[in-house]
Design a protein around this ligand. Structure first.
Ligand code: KG4
Ligand code: ZN
Length: 341
């Protein structure tokens, strides 16, 4: 049976709405808030919540219009119910409850991480079980995705997420935010070997990672260059960025190798690896992971970037899988700022 679902996402700094019919994204609207938080060096929860509350109605209206549908054409409403910033999640949940109460449409509360984790099924219909690396500004974990409601977490960061490390590195070096794209751009003309960067936990067993030491290493390296020359040249910036990016790539690739071995031991017949999250946009990291997959004869699935970063199509799609499995929520659905998969 065909299912058409409206998805709503407001757990961090993107207000998003989308309409998905089975595996087809009919519309996907994302209102970013980067400008609103630019002066503060990070997402300010209060400002984010207010912006979500202001923008959600328009965003949903636009998504419905772009899909060419009315609320009467829908089979349900899926909304991110956590994890995330409580004010933002609440805005989305209240809005979805309002529409559900007014229309009688079924309501489904979706875990934001499940949305990311199921995206390769929306875009490439890959079969369960698959290994996923979710790597963004807020998350970094390896998941064996066995079903829409069955995830095995086999490792992840013990401190910062890599996106956060990219953003902090950019800040330390005076490059624009978000840091990922600007560090990647600068690294293109840099020498990754000039500054020795640590590869934390690389030689420890298991799939856990650590990235907070890297930003300290960048800070120290910058300070020693500045002390020597009274400032950073463009080449210094490039070399620091290249060194940083090479370290992150090495850690992610090596830990993915181990995660893959674990996954393949458990599922010898299945060989699919997928990535999601904003950091998956990075060409050097992508190349490292692609090479690894080729070596291990494993399919490499990378959804298009607009579906890798925060969006509501992934929430609508997760809602479709949940609804097919008979899942329904009611108006007692609550926002869960912490909600491990
Ligand atoms: O998934 P996302 O849009 O939002 C969440 O964090 O949930 O990811 C944003 C993060 C930011 O930290 C950004 O700097 C990073 O992804 N990012 C990148 C690149 N593009 C975005 N990191 C490395 N290289 C990139 N090209
Ligand atoms: Zn996310």
């Amino acid at each position: 049976m065909t299912l058409t679902i409206l998805g709503i996402e407001s757990s961090c700094d993107d207000t998003a709405a989308a309409v998905v019919r089975d595996n087809e994204v009919l519309s996907s609207v994302v209102y970013g808030q980067t400008d609103l938080h630019a002066d503060f060096g990070g997402v300010v929860p209060e400002i984010a919540a207010r912006a979500h509350a202001e923008k959600l109605d328009h965003c949903i209206e636009e998504a419905m219009q772009n899909a060419g549908l009315t609320l009467g054409d829908l089979d349900g409403i899926a909304v991110t119910a956590g994890p995330g910033l409580i004010g933002g999640v609440l805005s989305g949940v209240m809005c979805a409850k309002g529409i559900s109460a007014a229309t009688g449409l079924p309501l489904i509360g979706v875990n934001h991480l499940a949305g990311h984790a199921l995206t390769p099924r929306l875009t490439d219909q890959i079969p369960y079980p698959y290994l996923m690396l979710l790597v963004s500004g807020g998350h970094c974990q390896f998941l064996i995705v066995e079903a829409h409601d069955k995830y095995q977490r086999i490792g992840g960061t013990i401190d910062d997420a890599p996106g956060e490390a990219f953003d902090k590195t950019a800040r330390i070096l005076g490059l624009p935010q978000p840091g990922g794209p600007s560090v990647e751009q600068a690294a293109k003309s840099g020498d990754p070997k000039r500054f020795k960067m640590p590869r934390p936990l690389l030689n420890q067993p298991g799939c856990d990672m650590s990235f907070s030491g890297l930003k300290t290493a960048i800070l120290r390296a910058r300070d020693s260059v500045v002390a020597e020359k009274d400032g950073l040249t463009v080449q210094d910036q490039a070399d620091l960025c290249a060194g940083f990016q090479a370290a992150v790539t090495d850690v992610l690739t090596e830990k993915t190798r181990r995660a893959m071995q674990l996954y393949l031991d458990l599922n010898p017949a299945k060989r699919s690896f997928a990535i999601a999250g904003g950091v998956a946009a990075n060409g050097t990291i992508r190349d490292g992971l692609m090479q690894l997959c080729a070596e291990l004869e494993t399919d490499f699935v990378a959804p298009p970037l607009r579906l890798c970063t925060d969006n509501a199509a992934m929430i609508a799609y997760a809602g479709i899988e949940m609804m097919r499995a008979g899942h329904r929520d009611d108006l007692t659905l609550s926002a869960r700022p912490r909600w491990p998969l």
